[in-house]
Design a protein around this ligand. Structure first.
Ligand code: LER
Ligand code: MN
Length: 271
């Protein structure tokens, strides 16, 4: 397994469980601490200096582990199930651009579908689910050449009302080939019977993992059993990234340091 952390290029992002700061300073620290990769949360994929990003990744020896997209929902109100067709079309365009970028910056590329799947609000769940499947079908068709893997993330009920549990997400992951599960230990602690059981249930469908404690601080600053989580993941056959998506308290430097030290006890650095 490899270790990453979530970073954003955005200033004043309306989502706080990530690292924000000057790219070269953050990447330098991550490289010194022994991170393998970085996940980048991008509000607008049409507004990114991709060469600069590619150079920074290469300068600091970090892989792009995945691109997260939740800020396109929080900043621009775009989603794959938006009741307004124009907003849905724009969201699809964003997702195609995220996919192109991630294919350019990494092998094949992984793009997260978290908050940007959208919400039910007053609409029946079945209707939203149908629209979501339509959008997914279209997105998969249009990105076939990139081969992008889409990572569908169950998110807790206080943030969104559509796809909160691992069980709910499994319906889509089973149906679509290039869609895999993104497990987030924080959300699983709130929504599933237990994060350990949810990992067992998710099994071979796990494509990526976000790690944070029950209080969304760095691994090591709360009450989850990391040895047990990592064991369960390995037993499921998962060997991909654990990406730290935690609130940067007391500082982002300390969050990254404690997080990686906690995980490295069970995951030796690959050579
Ligand atoms: C995104 O990965 C996530 O976990 C959500 O909580 C975003 O709000
Ligand atoms: Mn997450």
């Amino acid at each position: 397994m490899k270790i990453a952390a979530v970073y954003t290029l955005a200033k004043d992002a309306p989502f706080k469980a990530l690292v924000a700061g000057p790219m070269s300073e953050v990447f330098k620290l991550m490289s010194e601490l022994g991170f393998d990769g970085v996940e980048i949360n991008i509000p607008n994929p049409f507004d990114v200096d991709i060469r600069n990003l590619a150079k920074a990744l290469s300068d600091y020896g970090l892989e792009l582990s995945a691109i997260s997209t939740g800020l396109s929902y929080l900043v621009y109100d775009l989603s794959l199930t938006h009741p307004n067709e124009e907003k849905r079309r724009k969201s699809l365009e964003f997702f195609m651009k995220y996919s192109e970028m991630s294919a350019e910056l990494s092998n094949r590329g992984r793009v997260i579908i978290g908050l940007a799947r959208g919400k039910c609000g007053n609409r029946p769940r079945d209707e939203v689910s149908r629209i979501f499947k339509e959008s997914l079908r279209l997105l998969l068709e249009k990105t076939e050449d990139y081969g992008t893997i889409y990572l569908l993330e169950p998110i807790n009920r206080y943030e969104i009302d559509f796809i909160n549990t691992v069980d709910e997400a499994l319906e889509y992951v089973r149906e679509f080939n290039r869609v895999q599960l993104l497990l987030d230990t924080f959300h699983m602690t709130l929504e599933d019977e237990s994060p350990y059981k949810a990992i067992e249930k998710a099994g071979k469908f796990i494509g990526y993992v976000h790690v944070a404690e029950n209080n969304r601080l760095a691994p090591g600053m709360g009450m989850l059993d990391w040895e047990r989580i990592i064991c369960k993941l390995l037993i499921s056959g998962y060997h991909g990234y654990l990406s730290i998506e935690a609130i940067p308290r007391p500082s982002y430097e300390e969050m990254l340091r404690v997080g990686i030290e906690t995980l490295r006890k069970y995951i030796p650095k690959a050579r």
